[in-house]
Structure formats: C-alpha cells, structure tokens
Design a protein around this ligand. Structure first.
Ligand code: PGA
Length: 251
C-alpha cells in the first residue's frame, strides 16, 4: 500500500507568529510518522513557510491555488513558475470555495492543473458534490464530470495528479461523509482514473470535509482513501498530528 498523504489546507488563516508556532509544534511531534505531509498556506506566507520548513523532509510546501495563465497582465494572480521559486510541491486547484466564490469552471480548474504540472508542481484537484446534488442523486455524475475535465485537458500527465474528494456539504460544517459514503465515491473516481491511464495506481485520492482526530482513522482505513485534505483540524497541531498518526498506521 502506498504511503498516505496528509495535506493541511490553512485557507485564509495564520500570521507570522501563529505559522511559526504551529509548524514548530507539528515538527516537534512528528517523530516516527510514516506518511507524506504537506501544508497549503496562504500565498503571503509561502516565503516564510519555505524558510520554516528548510532542512527537513517530512513536510512539503503547498499553495491553495495557481493561476491558469502563464505570465502577464493578470493582477493579483500567482503563476506556477512563481510558486516553483518558493519550492512549492503541491497546489490545490478547484477547491469548492474557489469554484463558488470565484466562479471557477471545470475548464479553468483543468487549465490550472495543467499549469501546475508543467512547472513540476503536483496539483491537488478537488471535486465534490453539493448537498443539492447529493439529494438529487447526482453525486456520481457531478464528480465524474469534474474529473473528466481534468483528464481531458491533462492527457498522459494524469498519473501525476492528486485528487481530493471533498463533498461540499461536509466542508467546515462538522458533517463528515461516513467512511462508506466516501469510499463509494472514491471507488467511482478510482475506476475513472483507471480507464484513463495505466498508471492510475500512482494517483492518491484524498478525502476532505471535516476530517478530524476522531474520524480520520476510519476514513483512512477505506480501500480507496489514500489520505486527507484537512482544513480546520490542520490549524491545531495536536489535531493535525493525530491525523498524521492515523495516516501512518494505515500506510
Ligand atoms: P474542513 O476543510 O476540514 O475544515 O472541512 C477541508 C477543506 O476545505 O479542504
């Protein structure tokens, strides 16, 4: 079984002081962990966190977005090349908050994944249904459509991506998909990836949506759940460490 990937998504949280103490506590508590770890931090703190993570190999640096454009007159955007300058290894793309508040379409998200891949950054591509989609019985259709756009645009590079299944109704709400609900969708995504590439075994499919210290072990024990994308619980070192420990046990 491949090592789990436990990725924190700090969203728009943090400060110079808070970032330093959070990462110090995570690093101090991480002895013996047997999983991949990443922290996806606000862009303003990439330079700081790059320095804080220097000289260790457990925690990789990630961003929360990347521009779909390569360079030029795109005020406020940050390119994949710029992220690479700060040794960014992962970039979240298509998070539901970006899809919702910034009107990102499947096509835009696919381009963002492509920009990341061409800079040597692993895109963590988020897919997930809303509560209305689930209630209408459209979960599978929605996540398959979102992933299809990525597969269509990224062709043979598809085995280099990470996928995160994040049911929108579970994000930041305290509602978590049951391990069975999550596994069901992960199996659908796995089959779709398998049909797209012979290297689909390399692709990690993370679960995200109110994953916490109490529910991580059960979620991570599912056959097709290869890790977690963690929001709220990534902001507390003890919670994040507990999830890392759960990910290390199920590796
Ligand atoms: P949450 O966020 O863990 O706070 O639900 C997960 C995410 O949005 O990536």
């Amino acid at each position: 079984m491949k090592q789990k990937l436990i990725a924190g998504n700090w969203k728009m949280n943090g400060s110079l002081a808070a970032n330093a103490s959070l990462l110090q506590a995570v690093l101090d508590g991480s002895k013996g962990m047997n999983c991949h770890v990443a922290v996806c931090v606000p862009s303003a703190y990439l330079a700081q966190v790059q320095v804080l993570l220097a000289g260790q190999s457990l925690i990789a640096l990630g961003s929360q977005d990347v521009s779909a454009q390569e360079v030029g007159a795109f005020t406020g955007e940050i390119s994949a090349g710029m992220l690479k300058d700060f040794a960014v290894r992962y970039a979240i793309v298509g998070h539901s908050e970006r899809r919702q508040y910034h009107a990102e379409t499947d096509a835009t998200v696919a381009l963002k994944a492509q920009r990341a891949l061409s800079a040597g950054i692993t895109p963590i591509v988020c897919v997930g249904e809303t509560l209305a989609d689930r209630q209408a019985g459209q979960t599978e259709e929605v996540v398959r459509r979102q992933l299809a756009a990525i597969i269509h645009t990224n062709g043979h590079c598809i085995s280099e991506i990470v996928v995160a299944y994040e049911p929108v109704w579970a994000i930041g709400t305290g509602l978590t998909a049951t391990p069975e609900q999550a596994q069901e969708v992960h199996a659908v995504l796995r089959a779709q990836l398998k049909a797209a590439t012979s290297n689909s075994d390399r692709i990690s499919i993370l679960y995200g949506g109110s994953m916490n210290a109490a529910n991580a072990a059960q979620l991570l024990a599912q056959a097709d759940i290869d890790g977690g994308l963690i929001g709220g619980a990534a902001l507390k070192s003890t919670d994040f460490l507990a999830i890392m420990a759960a990910g290390s046990k199920t590796a």
